[in-house]
Design a protein around this ligand. Structure first.
Ligand SMILES: [Zn+2]
Length: 435
């Protein structure tokens, strides 16, 4: 079936720039033409029409690091007053993840993915933990993603914090899921400070056999380099590089506590550093010197760490944080818009083995129709400023992933949100009793 979307200001993210009064023709799961709307309407008179009412049409957004399993922490009174990053893990996240059983894994994923779609996010990279329900947990998330039609790259976080059996079960879940090839996947590891040399070596051997790359947290809090120095005499990135974990295709989250040599190690190994500004500020762990690391050749992507499903808010937070922190008012917007609109999609096009994040023939038909009518002239050059100062998730009206309409006129398609909310609240209540 052919579907013609427009007319609107089509922000192509290609050399074509912004096509005003433009249209996008979608056939199956791909884009087949992007041009002036009237031209496409004449060429394809039989195509089904989707009216964009003259507003901005842009590629779907991507989230390079999140934790869907964290959703049921929302509103729970943990009774905690953590004074450090380690205490945040111990008093909140490691109590929550142990309480998740099959239904909770599935429903937290479904609710979290629905939130992403509402924000125009069509591709996510998740990092999952549910130590009481490991085997099969990634299929529960894949089922939820399939139901909603969102693209998801999954992994299970291996850690030694639940003993040798827990670590072995985590490795087995990654192997099982990577072999099934149901969705793109990475080999998940928690963080250097909860992984022994033996577990790192086992993960490396197993991932090598499967040709997989890793997804791991790196130097998020000061505990990680302290542990690496005490136990291996090296800083965290040295330890992980020597263990063979840092490689092209590996995603490392945060990198807040890295020194100059470690930045060079990231650049040399080709691993991608994901930046989660809300999480770093909320957890009060400091912030990574992203702009400096980009200058040093480190590949950077933007994620959310589960703090929000909203990548436009994440762009605003990142740009504002780094302008403020580097006392350089001009530093942030262009750099982080570039990361969100070009580097995230380029990285994830490799992971998903198809062009995403660009509106051009043969690219995946992942796009957003907004309600945003620019009040000032909009060009490819100033589009980042319309994103930073103008477009918010409230403007996202319709979302298409792989040619399938996932959100239509602000409503999720194929999902009874009231019924889901009732079911999720019931299961969240059970989880809260377990914590
Ligand atoms: Zn994380």
């Amino acid at each position: 079936m052919k579907r013609l979307i427009g007319p609107g200001a089509v922000a192509t993210m290609t050399a074509s720039g912004v096509i005003h009064s433009g249209g996008v023709l979608v056939e199956g799961d791909r884009i087949t033409a992007v041009a002036a709307y009237d031209e496409l309407a004449e060429l394809y008179p039989d195509a089904e029409r989707l009216d964009a009412r003259g507003a901005v049409i842009m590629p779907g957004l991507t989230n390079a690091h999140t934790h869907l399993y964290g959703l049921f922490a929302r509103g729970f009174a943990f009774g905690a007053s953590p004074a450090s990053f380690r205490q945040i893990l111990e008093q909140v996240w490691w109590r929550l993840d142990k309480a998740l059983a099959r239904e909770a894994v599935h429903l937290s994923a479904l609710c979290g993915l629905a939130d992403h779609l509402r924000c125009g996010v069509t591709t996510i990279v998740d990092h999952h933990a549910s130590p009481s329900y490991i085997e099969g947990s990634l299929d529960e998330i894949a089922d939820a993603a399939e139901h909603l039609g969102i693209r998801a790259c999954l992994c299970y976080e291996v850690t030694d914090r639940n003993g040798p059996a827990g670590a072995a079960a985590g490795i087995a879940e990654n192997v099982r899921y990577l072999k099934a090839r149901r969705t793109p996947a990475l080999f998940g590891l928690h963080a250097s400070f909860t992984l022994s040399d033996e577990t790192l070596a086992a993960a490396r051997r197993t991932a090598d056999d499967l040709g997989a790359s890793f997804h791991i947290h790196l130097a998020e809090g000061p505990e990680d380099p302290a542990h690496a120095l005490i136990h291996s005499g090296q800083r965290t990135a040295h330890r992980l590089a020597k263990a063979g974990i840092l490689r092209p295709g590996t995603f490392v989250g945060h990198g807040v506590h890295l020194d100059e040599e470690e930045a060079a190690i990231l650049a040399y190994t080709g691993a991608t550093l994901t930046h989660q500004p809300h999480s770093n500020m909320g957890n009060a762990v400091g912030f990574p010197r992203i702009l400096h690391m980009r200058e040093r050749g480190v590949k950077v992507a933007l994620g959310t760490d589960g703090y929000t499903p909203d990548m436009l808010e994440t762009l605003r937070a990142a740009a504002t944080l780094h302008s403020h922190a580097t006392v350089t008012p001009s530093a942030g917007v262009g750099e982080f818009a570039n990361v969100l609109l070009k580097e995230n999609p380029s990285l994830l096009s490799t992971v998903f083995q198809q062009p995403i994040g660009r509106l051009e023939p043969n690219a995946a038909a992942d796009l957003i129709i907004t309600d945003y009518h620019p009040p000032t002239p909009m060009t490819a050059d100033n589009f980042p400023f319309h994103l930073y100062f103008g477009i918010s998730s409230a403007h996202i009206r319709t979302v298409i992933v792989g040619g399938r309409i996932a959100v239509l006129d602000h409503r999720l398609v194929g999902l009874d949100e009231e019924a889901l909310s009732r079911q999720a609240q019931h299961v969240a209540g059970q989880v809260w009793k377990q914590i």
